[in-house]
Design a protein around this ligand. Structure first.
Ligand SMILES: Cc1ncc(COP(=O)(O)O)c(C=O)c1O
Length: 436
């Protein structure tokens, strides 16, 4: 009989992160300095990040060692399980086999600690006293607050206002870890004040919260900034997911025909997919599907061009799919997917047809989330539910075509802090702003 839950033991945790830059060598354009517009040099990034992370950002090494201090915290929740969604398969009466990597088992409920832990570790090692960051859904802010507590580093989170209001218990969790948290736009930075003057009721956005966190970091010695997605080193740390998944799929004696993940900046998708990309480059037929909200359709409707990573143009300009750094996405419940840009490495793969993207409206997404919940028992984060919606569509298509197919997706987080969104859905109050 096939296994339902495929686990590895703690000694099987990968000891290295996988760096896709080594396999798509020299193809990624360098970020540009926000002031001079010249290609950025490692020292330009020093006010923001510790040197070890900057070197990872530009590294061409295929594998990078995971420090023991990081592994010892990974071991408290990794390897994460790979689960066969056989009850969902039955519910959908599909011939497809569905597997998911469940990242909701981390202490804060998502894949985000996979990079928060090493980021805080390298900052601590280089003597940084305080880390500022942004958060959309609250998952990233929780992960940084948790990691700050692990290493004794102060943290401050600028939380996008709409999510701050929608999720008071994320705020309470972040504070419980000992972190400071403010709603963005705030009056604590120039970027925040300018936005509040323009629109006192601004719901905020990830782009603006990034500006506020960057501004505080560059203006204060001993303070650096940390980003939860998009950058190469963040995607690098997340590859622990895909490396584990490859071993677990081998144990299941399966190989994925399609790999699916939701995309905000691209880190959980990349984490699962990147270790498999080399197989596609070497000729394997794998369909990589990135899923985003219809109201923030970066990969499906954005332009592939240089743009700033944040609203106030303080962060470097990067070559990516973008809706424009001034785009403020509608207040959908998947706060972690409300980002105008995308990871340059992922954008490059989309541009070159190695990864494709689809966008769905949130009512359809919640419908699929509830189908998954009632079959599998886990309440998914609204972000992850975008991937689930794509999985269900694929499984139904497999049934219609009477085709066997192996689907692997990333269940990037649980939705225990998103119950107000589920209440709105169940009460019939959920709408699709701008068809999203
Ligand atoms: C559970 C969850 N999944 C996905 C995302 C999207 O981010 P990324 O595309 O970097 O994985 C977020 C972001 O906050 C999240 O909280």
């Amino acid at each position: 009989m096939s296994k339902t839950r495929i686990t590895l033991n703690e000694n099987d945790i990968p000891k290295q992160w996988y760096n896709i830059a080594a396999d798509i060598e020299g193809e990624f354009a360098a970020p540009l300095h926000p002031g001079t517009k010249e290609p950025i040099k490692p020292e330009d990034l020093e006010p923001l990040f510790p040197m070890e992370l900057i070197l990872q950002e530009v590294s061409q090494d295929r594998y990078i060692e995971i420090p023991n201090e990081v592994l010892s915290i990974y071991k408290t929740f990794r390897p994460s399980p790979l689960i066969r969604a056989s009850r969902l398969e039955k519910e959908l009466k599909t011939p497809a086999k569905i597997f998911y990597k469940y990242e909701g088992v981390s202490p804060t409920g998502s894949h985000k600690p996979n990079t928060a832990i090493p980021q805080v570790y390298y900052n601590k090692k280089e003597g940084v006293e305080k880390i500022t960051t942004e958060t959309g859904a609250g998952q990233w802010g929780s992960a940084i607050a948790f990691s700050g507590a692990m290493f004794g580093v102060k943290t401050k989170v600028y939380m996008v206002k709409i999510s701050y209001d929608q999720k008071p218990y994320r705020k309470a969790l972040i504070e419980s870890y000992g972190s400071e948290i403010v709603a963005s736009p705030s009056r604590q930075t120039n970027s925040g004040k300018i936005m509040l003057e323009k629109d006192p009721d601004s719901p905020g956005s990830l782009g603006l919260a990034i500006s506020e966190a960057v501004e505080e970091a560059v203006n204060n010695k001993g303070t650096k900034y940390s980003l939860g997605s998009v950058l190469n080193h963040v995607l690098l740390h997340q590859t622990i997911i895909g490396q584990e998944a490859i071993r677990q799929m081998e144990i299941a004696e399966e190989y994925p025909d399609i790999i699916i993940g939701c995309v905000g900046g691209g880190s959980n998708f990349a984490g699962l997919a990147f270790p498999y990309i080399i197989d596609k480059i070497n000729g394997k037929d794998i369909d990589f599907l990135a899923v985003e909200p219809a109201s923030c359709p970066t990969l499906t409707k954005g332009n592939y061009e240089y743009d700033f990573g944040d609203t106030a143009k303080l962060a470097p300009s990067i070559l990516m799919y973008t809706l424009g750094h001034e785009f403020i996405p509608p207040a959908i419940h998947a706060g972690g997917l409300r980002y105008h840009g995308s990871a340059p490495q992922l954008a490059y793969l989309v541009k070159n047809g190695i990864v494709r993207a689809e966008a769905y409206p949130q009512t359809e997404v919640f419908n699929s989330a509830v189908t998954f919940l009632r079959a599998e028992g886990i309440i998914p984060a609204p972000e992850s539910s975008h991937a689930i919606h794509a999985v269900i569509k694929q499984a139904i298509q497999a049934k219609e075509e009477a085709k066997e197919k192996t689907i692997l997706f990333n269940l990037s987080g649980h939705g225990y802090f998103d119950m107000s969104a589920y209440s709105s859905y169940l009460n019939g109050e959920l709408v699709n702003p701008n068809n999203g």
